[in-house]
Design a binder for this molecule. Structure first.
Ligand SMILES: [Zn+2]
Ligand SMILES: [Zn+2]
Length: 300
């Protein structure tokens, strides 16, 4: 049970073992070069994140870990596109409001982290962000009080699809993004006073890691799974089996390891992806129904 099904083509060693560390650490190196040389941060992130997304989408189409989880033309046009368009439009609005909030916060921030060297400030940003993210995420999944049911209905959209692939990454409710990503980003990162260099490297790690988290390819990251959340850990978070749908961390599994929710099963895939009881939820391709989930009285 749960063993990988044979792919249509055996994935070459390079793509299963070396590609992830090369792209992940290569992007961090490129980000550090951008800081040292004063390149445009927006352009550098756009090229690295866009280039990674396109390469992963092509690779998982050729070497899917599970062919049944592949993105199809139908799933793209009937489901994923809606989340991407909604994500971009709400993302633009949220970023604008975020920038305004940041300007406000900047005048109050203590700024103690602003002068820290990157090798100290980036790990600190990851640990602080993921600590709050871990507990918010776990609260959404496991706790009924306070507001547990509402929090779950905000988050459930990300778990409704019965597959995991790169373009599943943006699937979910805009409020989920607002709370988990922007709220924590603005509230914590800026308030603590991290500088733009730290935010660039931190954002690259989060974005590239997020793309690999939903990659439908048999990635084997080995010992890196104890330091960063990637394909092998986050895929189990999407399991329909509640005993293994743990791994609440987004960037690092450290808090999962400390608080006992770390699930690492090398060489295995979850049997089924999605929610435990799909009949209680709208299909993931009905965007409006998923959008309205938090505003319904009972979904569980
Ligand atoms: Zn979740
Ligand atoms: Zn996910």
């Amino acid at each position: 049970m749960g063993d990988p099904e044979p792919s249509q083509r055996a994935v070459p060693f390079f793509f299963s073992r070396l590609f992830y560390p090369l792209v992940f650490f290569g992007s961090i190196a490129a980000g550090l070069t951008a800081v040292a040389r004063g390149w445009n941060y927006g352009l550098v992130s756009g090229v690295l994140i866009g280039g990674t997304a396109v390469s992963l989408i092509v690779l998982e189409a050729i070497y899917p870990a599970k062919p049944a989880w592949r993105m199809t033309f139908a799933s793209f046009f009937k489901r994923d596109l809606k989340y991407i368009v909604a994500g971009i439009s709400t993302g633009a609005l949220i970023s604008y409001l975020g920038a305004l909030a940041a300007l406000k916060v900047a005048s109050y921030r203590a700024g103690f982290a602003g002068d820290l060297p990157l090798y100290f400030s980036v790990p600190l940003a990851i640990l602080v962000f993921d600590f709050f993210q871990y507990w918010t995420h776990r609260w959404m999944h496991e706790t009924n009080w306070p507001l547990g049911s509402l929090m779950w209905r905000i988050h459930a959209g990300h778990h409704l699809p019965d597959a995991v692939y790169v373009l599943m990454h943006p699937a979910g409710h805009p409020l989920n993004d607002l709370i988990v990503r922007q709220g924590l980003n603005i509230g914590l990162i800026w308030f603590i006073g991290f500088n733009a260099d730290t935010v660039l490297i931190f954002s690259l790690i989060t974005a590239i890691g997020g793309l690999f988290s939903h990659f439908n390819l048999d990635v084997r990251a080995g010992f890196l799974n104890y330091f960063f959340v990637s394909t092998e850990l986050h895929r189990f978070h999407h399991s329909a089996d509640l005993d293994e749908s743990k791994n609440f961390g987004i960037i690092t599994p450290l808090w999962d390891i400390i608080f006992g929710t770390f699930v690492y099963r090398p060489g295995r895939l979850p049997q089924r992806i999605g929610v435990t009881d799909p009949v209680q939820y709208p299909p993931s391709n009905r965007y409006w129904a998923v959008f309205m989930l938090p505003f319904r009285r009972a979904a569980q």
